[in-house]
Design a protein around this ligand. Structure first.
Ligand code: PLP
Length: 390
């Protein structure tokens, strides 16, 4: 079956966070998609809704099977039923693990520019951020392993949050890189929380490598966060999982998410996840192709219309990390300026750490007509900025 990703669904008036914007504004910021989810998932949620009783809900066997089969077939990762824990979201799970797996005042290593909640989850829970920034060279990012090792060797560093694939740069970490991270973390007794929420949204032909699939060491020292929510646009349903492999780590994580009250599912959470992972494969493959085409279109547009702005090469996520360093002026105000002048709402790069100052993040998961509107506004905004600051 062919799914229609060109179809524009009006999200105004639905309390969508992304679309809580002015009448003439176009939001291309927060990480959800402007596509209706797979009809198979809509049907499963409707069937549950029509039952009319949405009382306390247990996890069905089908939920475990759906995760285990999807990660085995799609990503070559063996998940274990005992170590697969439901949680209401990846961010709640991360916060909970920070509280349980580290002590107040300890350090959590992250790699900016990175997902903003990595900073807030650490700070809000009374721990310290230990940043090992990615190095930006020749238009691409890589890890400075000397710096990373220094940060991991600090006796106060007890946890690392790994974003795999990486938000906002859209990078897929290769096996060697992940193995090296695993060796260093094991050597310095640092537990890894691998946030793999973006793992399915890769360009066709480009597959992510699950951290826990790289080696026995990586498997034993890590907890992996998984979800159908980015892939199938279900963020509002609050349905995710944490997978731990080492029995004692697994028990601690289970206790943590239980104590924090984030292990209880709503009546739609399991059915939606099961429908996604058992019936959503074809929808997802078509969505990946559509999103990849949007990303290529954006790159081509930038190259021909606003060559001062460059998209960093990315093989994963529907997010595009736009290098605006060649533009004049202090780019800290660029996102706000573009929004004010054109109504296009992008994320300011500084949200992902100081290293993101010169960047904007654009969400390309939308029907092509919206993308074209956004690109047109981006061009107008950048030209106005150059006129004013140049
Ligand atoms: C890397 C990453 N982790 C987690 C989340 C959010 O996860 P959840 O909605 O399950 O809390 C996002 C959303 O943008 C994200 O980019």
């Amino acid at each position: 079956m062919r799914y229609d990703f060109d179809k524009v669904t009006d999200r105004r008036g639905t309390d969508a966070v992304k679309w809580s914007v002015g009448e003439h504004e176009l939001p291309m910021w927060v990480a959800d998609m402007d596509f209706a989810t797979a009809p198979e998932i809509v049907a499963a949620v409707k069937a549950r809704a029509e039952h009319g009783i949405w009382g306390y809900t247990a996890l069905p066997d089908a939920w475990y099977d759906a995760y285990i089969d999807w990660w085995r077939d799609r990503h070559g990762l063996t998940l274990e039923r005992d170590g697969l824990l439901f949680c209401t979201g990846v961010v709640p799970a991360i916060s909970s693990m920070i509280r349980r797996l580290t002590a107040p005042g300890e350090k959590v290593v992250i790699q900016p520019p990175v997902y903003n909640c990595f900073f807030s989850s650490v700070v809000d829970n009374g721990r310290q951020v230990s940043a090992s920034p990615l190095v930006y060279e020749g238009g691409e990012y890589h890890i400075d392993f000397d710096d990373l090792e220094r940060k991991l060797a600090d006796p106060l560093a007890t946890l690392m949050l790994l974003c795999n694939p990486h938000n906002p740069t859209g990078q897929i970490w290769d096996r060697e890189t992940l193995a090296r991270i695993g060796r260093l973390c094991a050597e310095h007794r640092v537990t890894v929380v691998a946030d793999e929420i973006h793992c399915d949204v890769t360009d066709p032909g480009a597959d992510y490598v699950p951290f826990a699939s790289v080696s026995e060491v990586c498997r034993q020292i890590s907890v992996t966060c998984l979800a159908p929510t980015k892939t199938f646009n279900l963020a509002g349903l609050k349905t995710a999982a944490a997978a731990a492999f080492d029995p004692s780590l697994r028990d601690r994580v289970r206790a943590a998410i239980h104590a924090d009250g984030v292990s209880e599912l709503n009546a739609f959470a399991a059915d939606a996840a099961v429908a996604a992972f058992t019936q959503g494969g074809e929808w997802m493959d078509q969505m990946r192709s559509y999103v990849a085409a949007n990303k290529r279109r954006t790159e081509a547009f930038l190259a021909s219309e606003i060559p001062q702005v460059k998209a960093t090469p990315s093989q994963a996520t529907y997010l595009m990390w736009l290098d605006c360093s060649a533009l004049p002026g202090d780019k800290a105000g660029l996102g706000g300026f573009i929004r004010e002048r054109t109504g296009l709402f992008l994320n300011a790069g500084s949200l992902y750490g100081d290293a993101g100052r010169d960047f904007l993040r654009l969400n390309a998961a939308c029907p092509r007509a919206l993308l074209e509107d956004g690109l047109d506004r981006l061009k107008r905004g950048v030209l106005a900025w150059c006129q004013e600051k140049g």
